[in-house]
Design a protein around this ligand. Structure first.
Ligand code: ADP
Length: 246
């Protein structure tokens, strides 16, 4: 038993937030958590303050990516109090992961609770959009990988955004090429350009391509600040440029 998305956002806690960006994809494992985390780090790098609401109820991974695993969140009259992940207090995080007693615990959501959780393009998504809508206009950043199957899922996600009145800020193609761990050269191991094609077909902006970088995978596993530590990676300018555009 756990909170609903609406409970995580309730009571005006988001009232001072200027921009709300939903990071979406039609498919798991394409990099929603990665892009959300790196975007937060890139925005902090640009002097912004960021709050992340990780509503991945079945496999919340952002606490680990930001080295905030095991931190405690508390409930107060105004709702849940997120945790700051850094000393500067520039990034705060609320995640279902904080509500699990054991990080390895499987989260099984059924019935009405499940209807209040992402991903998908139906009730679960609607619940998140409905919970956030009172706090201002919502922008959607849609993540895809270059492969066609994922692009097909993302097309459905774009239709969802259109139907629910979400403004699509743009499409990000993640895992677009592979960064060689030895020479840092970026090679296209899969097809490329699917995200850009999709964006142009849908008439929405293309925000950029983020390559698959083993250093980034490692940074996420170890909860390190990739943006600060790997400015020479080809993924660095891509992430910074996406952060500037959203
Ligand atoms: P999702 O949130 O969509 O399920 P994740 O963000 O958890 O996907 O990404 C899946 C896995 O791929 C994670 O282990 C992450 O570290 C890795 N990953 C995602 N994007 C990249 C990237 N651009 N470079 C390296 N590793 C990545």
């Amino acid at each position: 038993c756990g909170p609903r998305v609406s409970e995580l956002t309730e009571a005006g806690n988001l009232a001072g937030v200027q921009h709300i960006i939903l990071v979406l994809s039609g498919k798991g494992g394409v990099g929603k958590s990665t892009i959300s985390t790196e975007l937060a780090l890139a925005l902090r790098h640009a002097g912004k303050k960021v709050g992340i609401l990780d509503v991945d109820l079945c496999g919340p991974s952002i606490p680990r990516m930001l080295r905030a695993q095991g931190r405690a969140v508390h409930q107060c009259d105004g709702g849940w109090v997120p945790v700051y992940v850094d000393q500067e207090q520039s990034i705060c995080l609320m995640s279902v992961g904080f509500l699990l007693e054991n990080p390895d615990e499987a989260v099984v959501w059924r019935g009405p609770k499940k209807n209040d959780t992402p991903p998908g393009t139906s009730d679960e998504h609607m619940a998140t959009v409905d919970a956030l809508r009172p706090y201002g206009p919502l922008g959607a950043l849609v993540v895809t990988t270059p492969q066609a199957v994922s692009v097909g899922d993302v097309r459905r996600e774009l239709t969802f955004c259109r139907k629910t009145g979400l403004r699509v800020l743009g499409v990000v193609e993640n895992m677009s090429g592979f960064v060689c761990p030895h020479c840092a050269e970026c090679t296209s191991i899969f097809s490329r350009g699917g995200g850009e094609e999709l964006a142009s077909h849908a008439g929405v902006p293309f925000l950029g391509s983020v390559p698959l970088d083993p250093e980034l995978t490692k940074s996420l596993e170890e909860g390190r600040d990739f943006i600060r530590e790997f400015p020479e990676s080809p993924a660095f300018p891509a992430l910074l440029s996406i952060a500037q555009k959203v």
